[in-house]
Design a protein around this ligand. Structure first.
Ligand SMILES: Nc1ncnc2c1ncn2[C@@H]1O[C@H](COP(=O)(O)OP(=O)(O)OP(=O)(O)O)[C@@H](O)[C@H]1O
Ligand SMILES: [Mg+2]
Length: 278
């Protein structure tokens, strides 16, 4: 993938939002977003402001519209009405590809690695969002292209370090246990040097120790200034991570506050009635 616009070579900062020249205080703004599938209003007139460097959790019962809202932000889904801004830029009409270049990266719930590649090579795949080499250059391998290859490898390795997988760099990706596969998915997204990282239930199916390691990793990235929006069911996991929780139910925001605040909110309790996950 070749980035359009300004060509940059060299290892870019891992956390672009930490760039002091980036003036926007809000990393992401969702304004009056509605998205329907037939008669189902999956997301209905949702407003969410996400501050730079924050970690915001989106929670809600099954079918509440969490994944749809992430899709509207990443651009994998087109909104019906409303707008999405990233670092102050209105990206509503941009394709997912262009939004990725602008700094949105997604960790999907079902991400699978490229099994035939090792862990480092999988992380390096994410670097292609900002590399200069196209297919022809890769074939002929000009000196600058070899230099860039080294930089991609270093950057990929650095991303593995950030998620604690550097010691697995050379093992086949398909051999990793689920917890490490999720960390690898995070590393690959980091390799895109995102401004905002979107994560859809990254802890689903993980064992308790794996969840703890993932939470520590995401908190470490927050400490480096990376903005994160994370969809999650498990309030225990949310409580260990986020200072802010936005609760969706039937496409609408029904609560927005700290984990302790939303747990006590009557509407949230009603929405989760009978559910063991609150
Ligand atoms: N591609 C689609 N086509 C039709 N309906 C859809 C589509 N995607 C989502 N929906 C519907 O939109 C609503 C919201 O779905 P969404 O997947 O966003 O919920 P969610 O909160 O992510 O749920 P879960 O916790 O189960 O992942 C649901 O009623 C769902 O059936
Ligand atoms: Mg979902």
């Amino acid at each position: 993938m070749q980035a359009s616009g300004a060509v940059r070579i060299g290892i870019p900062p891992i956390v672009e939002s930490a760039d002091p020249t980036d003036a926007a205080d809000l990393a992401c703004e969702v304004r009056g977003v509605t998205k329907s599938f037939g008669a189902v209003a999956a997301v209905a007139d949702v407003d969410v402001d996400v501050e730079r460097g924050s970690l915001t959790c989106l929670i809600g019962p099954n079918g509440a519209g969490k994944s749809t809202l992430l899709g509207c932000i990443s651009g994998f889904l087109r909104v019906d009405t409303g707008s999405v801004l990233v670092a102050g830029h209105d990206v509503t009409r941009w394709t997912a590809h262009r939004r990725a270049e602008a700094g949105l990266a997604t960790v999907f719930q079902t991400t699978r690695p490229l099994d035939q590649l090792d862990v480092l090579e999988n992380a390096m795949v994410g670097c292609h969002a900002w590399t200069r080499a196209g297919f022809v250059e890769a074939m002929f391998r000009a000196p600058w292209q070899r230099r860039e290859e080294r930089q991609i490898e270093e950057h990929g390795y650095h991303c593995l370090e950030l998620v604690g997988l550097a010691d697995r760099a050379n093992v086949p990706a398909g051999s990793l246990p689920l917890g490490q596969l999720r960390l690898l998915a995070v590393a690959r997204a980091l390799a895109q040097r995102p401004k905002v990282l979107l994560l859809d239930e990254p802890a689903a199916g993980l064992r308790s120790g794996e969840k703890t390691r993932l939470a520590e990793t995401l908190l470490g990235l927050k400490g480096r200034g990376l903005t994160q929006i994370l969809v999650e069911h498990d309030m225990g996991f949310v409580g260990s991570l986020a200072e802010r929780v936005v609760v969706l139910d039937r496409g609408r925001v029904i609560a927005d506050g700290t984990p302790a605040e939303v747990r006590e909110d009557t509407r949230v309790v009603e929405a989760y009635l009978g559910s063991a996950t609150l």
